[in-house]
Design a protein around this ligand. Structure first.
Ligand code: LMR
Length: 393
């Protein structure tokens, strides 16, 4: 039976990780997978996370099952972090296996609620969105997103694309720090997006994987909160992998907002059911770290300080890279790197140019020319800038 399986195409981001590892060249630079690295190239455990783990170790006296939906302390704390107090009483939620698990559960929930829904996704989007949609046989359409000339959002085309969504369809939006481009709508443009959603009756599914990596914790949640206030039904898939640096703990949450209690309770029941069908209880350790931090004022402060350091480091790297390219090219055509937000920027290079940078300079970025800004440091930026120019980008 198993011999009948078809070989699966490897995930592009994850296979790039393996390729980088196998490269024996000194000075190779990893700008692939979206993992934060400090100036020494390390992905350290945050101090607040260590302190929370110590507290858990000291006080936890059982590893027995928790709630099928995940611990209420975690889910409430995450609702507060993401939504502030904009959606009190409207939230149903379940802990999930990372942000990816939240996306997967959201799509399954949509399929249960409306099998005819078409999911509208940005072109481009995180490749795994498409992979999951394809695997599930979920109908989807792509709306234009990126303007390769300006390296900003192709906003008019985006809006026209979203207008094609029908009542009961779903529009997948990146709440902040768009992956893979780094280009994001302005506050005014987000308002226009919300207006189109109101007009069409399509339901937003917001993927929020990088809250705190763009303009700040509240700033990065502003679009989500505005949409939460305006739209009757909203789905939110949030990840703690990046902002708490707990990638391998697989800590995520799926939240739904509804306009009446009946739909909220049905949604809560359906999401808990989906957890049970797919993996029973969601992972607890990462969720417990998060709730321990968010329910302790001193730990929250410590975590916010560390997260702000991470954000400022990435902004500094963006500024340095843009300046370096300004000097090398004598133009401002790479200034978009400074305008982009989050971990990624799409350079706008061709696959051949990306390959050349890998072959000639040992620089690994995803084939669509997405680079992980956090993979850079002061010393590697001049190397990258030179490689970009030499590749003719
Ligand atoms: C990325 O886009 O690099 C991250 O979200 C990691 C992943 O799982 O692809």
């Amino acid at each position: 039976m198993l011999g009948n399986l078809k070989p699966q195409a490897p995930d592009k981001i994850l296979s790039l990780m393996a390729e980088f590892k196998a490269d024996t060249r000194q000075g190779k630079i990893d700008l692939g997978v979206g993992v934060y690295k400090d100036p020494n190239g390390l992905t350290p455990v945050m101090r607040a996370v260590k302190a929370a783990e110590q507290k858990i170790w000291e006080t936890q006296n059982s590893k027995s099952y928790t709630a099928l939906a995940g611990e209420p302390e975690y889910r409430d704390a995450m609702a507060g972090l993401v939504l502030g107090d904009t959606a009190k009483g409207r939230v149903a939620s379940v802990g999930t296996v990372g942000g990816t698990g939240a996306i997967r559960q959201a799509l399954e929930l949509i399929r249960m609620a409306n099998p005819d829904a078409v999911v509208h996704v940005s072109d481009p989007t995180w490749p795994n969105h498409l992979s999951i949609l394809n695997f599930m046989g979920q109908a989807y359409e792509m709306y234009p997103y990126f303007d390769n000339e300006t390296r900003g959002v192709a906003f008019d085309a985006m809006l026209d694309g979203i207008k094609r969504a029908k009542k009961g369809d779903v529009v997948l939006l990146h709440g902040c720090c768009h992956n893979p481009t780094g280009a994001n709508p302005t506050a005014e443009q987000w308002n226009a997006i919300a207006e189109v959603l109101e007009q069409t009756g399509a339901i937003p599914l917001i993927d929020l994987a990088y809250q705190g990596f763009g303009d700040g914790l509240d700033e990065d949640a502003a679009a989500t909160r505005m949409i939460a206030q305006r739209l009757p039904e909203v789905l939110i898939a949030a990840s703690c992998s990046k902002n708490f640096g707990i990638y391998r703990e697989r800590t995520g949450i799926l939240m739904t907002l509804t306009s009446d209690d009946k739909a909220r309770d049905l949604s809560q029941g359906a999401m808990a059911f989906l957890n049970r069908q797919n993996y029973s209880f969601p992972p607890d350790h990462g969720a417990r770290i998060v709730s321990t931090i968010l329910n302790d004022a001193a730990l929250t402060q410590e975590w916010k300080t560390e997260l702000e350091d991470v954000r400022q480091t990435m902004l500094g790297l963006r500024t340095q890279l843009a300046e370096e390219l300004r000097t090398l090219t004598g133009t401002d055509r790479f200034d978009f790197i400074q305008r982009h937000r989050g971990m990624f920027s799409r350079l706008g290079a061709t696959p051949e140019q990306v390959e050349k940078m890998k072959q000639d300079a040992g620089i690994y970025m995803v084939g669509d020319s997405r680079l992980n800004i956090a993979g850079l440091n002061r010393d590697s930026i001049p190397v990258l800038a030179r490689a970009i120019v030499e590749a003719g980008v």
